[in-house]
Design a protein around this ligand. Structure first.
Ligand code: NAD
Ligand code: ZN
Ligand code: ZN
Length: 389
């Protein structure tokens, strides 16, 4: 089959690789009809995630048709149309029983690698390094889906791929980011990053009752999308003193909750940027944290900082003093996608949210390398790239 392969930092190729096979009685093989490139894939592309190997198949946002099921699969049959969540979860371990699916204790065969870096291992993920299981991803013609009875969500006929594909990751992720803010009536929620994840966090904050949403980015076309999709007020951090601007918009107090939808490759002009770039380059710090730092300092006292941007390792200049002295709550996680798929599918069916609004480019699978470049450099007003195998 054809698959999008990571060939090294900054190098992606669509190559011929062996077809996936059923390896376990609980597996299914899915023929992929739509897949997408995520901001998390950019961290792989830029070489920030350790334990990638040349030739690894990328992709963790995908859907398609069930072609084959293992002997023990009961909930799916050949021909079903499914969306596959990016964390692989067994459904039976202590974490899965608490609905903490991205922390499944049974799905990462390389748990020991993750334990070295993080103390304990989270779940295995599709297409996301060997320390997270080395599972081939879904930017391909076919994928093997382990624990097929637990993850994949059957999609009713009549809903086009583009409306449901993002149930695999970014819609639940944005939603979880907003949910972690414990939104109260009248709350003001500020979101760093107007990428697809940030845009869904903003929309979700609105659905969950936020009175106002403030979007922060430097790309005018993305801030424009934020205004259209969720009625957000927008701040371009290159044009204003962000802290002062947020203070002014919130009666001098700061937003009730701040969502970091940027992650470890945050951009920021100025001396701190140079400082972090150098430290990151020489390995003294693995993650650049401007957005997170700003979010912590800007959040109102007693408020919540919800971190859905991905971080991988260690950070520097972390404003712990602000967290303690101003009673801030920090919440975070890789999304527990399985928990949100059904309720969000219902919202899509009711027309409360149309996830396809973030799609800016539709490409053939063979054009994936171009898709990565365009999405990385935010060229051609790129917001979200969908690939069709
Ligand atoms: P993206 O690259 O399209 O969006 C990131 C946005 O952040 C860009 O618009 C960029 O201009 C903006 N940005 C950069 N520096 C900033 C700063 N200092 N202040 C404000 N904005 C800044 O990516 P995306 O697909 O939207 O993903 C965003 C993050 O979410 C990534 O880190 C990704 O890995 C993460 N993610 C997490 C989960 C999860 O389960 N927690 C799931 C999916 C994606
Ligand atoms: Zn993702
Ligand atoms: Zn589990």
């Amino acid at each position: 089959m054809r698959a999008t392969c990571w060939m090294g930092k900054g190098s992606i190729q669509v190559q011929q690789v062996p077809d996936p096979r059923i390896l376990d009685d609980g597996d299914a093989i899915v023929r992929i009809t739509a897949t997408a490139i995520c901001g998390s894939d950019l961290h792989l592309y830029n070489g920030f995630v350790p334990t990638m190997k040349s030739g690894d198949v990328l992709g963790h946002e995908f859907m398609g048709e069930v072609m084959e099921v293992g002997r023990e699969v009961k909930n799916l049959k050949v021909g079903d149309r499914v969306v596959v969540p990016f964390p692989i979860a067994c459904g039976a371990c202590a974490m899965c029983r608490k609905s903490l699916f991205s922390l499944c204790e049974n799905s990462n065969p390389n748990a020991w690698m993750a334990e070295k870096l993080w103390g304990y291992s989270p779940a295995g993920l599709f297409g996301y390094s060997h320390m997270l299981g080395g599972f081939p991803g879904g930017q391909a013609e076919y994928a093997r889906v382990p624990f097929a009875d637990v993850g994949p969500l059957r999609i009713p006929a009549g809903l086009p791929d583009e409306k449901v594909l993002f149930l695999s990751d970014i819609l639940p992720t944005g939603y979880m980011g907003a949910e972690m803010c414990n939104i109260d009536k009248g709350d003001v929620i500020a979101v760093w990053g107007a990428g697809p994840v940030g845009l869904f966090a903003m929309k979700s904050a609105q659905l969950l009752g936020a009175e106002r949403v403030i979007a922060i980015d430097r790309f005018p076309y993305r801030l424009q999308r934020a205004r259209e999709i969720s009625g957000a007020e927008t701040l371009n951090y290159q044009e204003v003193d962000l802290h002062e601007a947020l203070r002014e918009l919130t009666g001098g107090r700061g937003p009730d909750a701040c969502i970091d939808a940027v992650g470890l490759e945050a951009h920021m002009p100025g001396p701190l940027y140079a400082y972090d770039r150098v430290k990151q380059a020489v390995g003294l710090e693995t993650d650049r944290t401007f957005a997170l730092r700003q979010a912590i300092l800007a959040c109102r006292s007693g408020g919540t900082v919800s971190v859905i941007g991905v971080y991988g390792g260690f950070i520097d200049k972390f404003p712990m003093g602000a967290v303690v002295n101003r009673s801030l709550t920090i919440r975070s996680g890789q999304c527990h996608v399985q928990r949100y798929m059904k309720p969000l599918l219902e919202r899509i069916e009711k027309g409360e949210i149309d996830p396809s609004v973030v799609i800016s480019h539709r490409l053939r699978l063979d054009e994936a390398p171009h898709g990565y470049e365009m999405f990385l450099h935010k060229q051609d007003d790129c917001v979200k790239v969908v690939l069709r195998p």
